[in-house]
Design a protein around this ligand. Structure first.
Ligand code: SF4
Length: 291
């Protein structure tokens, strides 16, 4: 769900993510014994290799603590700031397609490899699970997987057929895994499936107080859905860690203080703010960019 998405792929980082972000801690509460993942904290960690694991090379390199995997270019929204490949994939259009509300994520979503074309005429591409797992197995040979968060992104990850099967496989390799989602298509059942598959953390995009969010996301009602998802996550018995991502732009700048109050009222503890670069769809919307 991150902006300016490109074709599916895998990007690793030792820092807070591939976008420059400012993290806002909404309160100083401790999370008790819960492990706060790098995805939320954004702090590089010293890797202590497990027995038998070859340590990463010494030197002036970033340690691998966070791995983005853009598993699909299909999405159920049509954000102004998105890269052109990630625009709405259309309704069910083939073996790897599915409803455009992002209901593909369950175990019976069909084949997830290859690509096809949605009714919008834009290509839908899903990174095959075997390709993802092959890379992770390779990484696992050199690094301690327990110290590397695998963040599944897109596109909207819920549009990926077999998402939770993939998550389960990643968890079996001992990587904590998380999702970056636009929060549009979650239901209690999907959350249950996600946590059963070992979901470790989740980031939800929220870009305003209604009108600003729906404008940016290209869909009326997207704000309400995102708020529903955040509320659902906070109430969820399997809830472990979540944060909210906000793309700061000229339209939502005046409401950031009220967003802060809303997120506090919802119980959100971590809020990450970022700005977009003039690439992809953002190029056509100067109001998205900093003055
Ligand atoms: S939610 Fe979808 S359209 Fe919006 S930025 Fe993310 S991938 Fe792109």
């Amino acid at each position: 769900m991150l902006p300016a998405c490109q074709r599916p792929g895998i990007v690793g980082t030792g820092g807070a993510g591939k976008f420059a972000t400012d993290r806002v801690l909404l309160d100083g509460e401790s999370m008790g014994n819960q492990r706060r993942p790098e995805a939320i904290m954004g702090t590089p960690k010293q890797v202590r290799p497990a027995p038998g694991v070859v340590p990463p090379p010494a030197g002036n390199q970033h340690e691998l603590t966070y791995l983005f995997v853009e598993i699909t270019t299909q999405c159920n929204l049509n954000c102004l700031h998105c890269g052109s490949d990630c625009r709405r994939g259309g309704s069910s259009g083939g073996s790897s397609g599915g409803p455009s509300d992002g209901s593909n994520g369950g175990s019976n979503g069909g084949s997830s490899g290859g690509s096809n074309v949605g009714s919008s005429g834009r290509p839908k591409r899903h990174l095959p699970p075997e390709a993802i797992l092959k890379v992770l197995r390779e990484i696992r040979r050199r690094y301690d997987p327990r110290r590397i968060t695998v963040a599944l992104s897109g596109g909207e990850p819920l549009c990926y057929p077999g998402l939770f099967d993939l998550g389960r496989e990643i968890a079996a390799l001992e990587f904590p895994w998380g999702l970056v989602t636009n929060g549009y298509a979650w239901t209690p059942d999907k959350l249950r499936q996600a946590y059963s598959a070992g979901l470790h953390s989740i980031s939800v995009g929220l870009d305003g107080l209604g009108e600003e969010h729906d404008w940016l996301r290209g869909k009326e009602g997207a704000f309400s859905k995102a708020i529903e998802t955040i509320s659902l996550l906070r109430r969820h018995p399997y809830w472990k860690a979540m944060d909210v991502l906000t793309c700061v732009n000229q339209r939502n700048l005046p409401v950031l203080d009220r967003m802060y109050l809303l997120l506090r009222a919802l119980g959100v503890r971590d809020w990450r703010l970022y700005t977009v670069s003039p690439i992809g769809g953002a190029r056509a919307h100067p109001e998205l960019l900093r003055r």
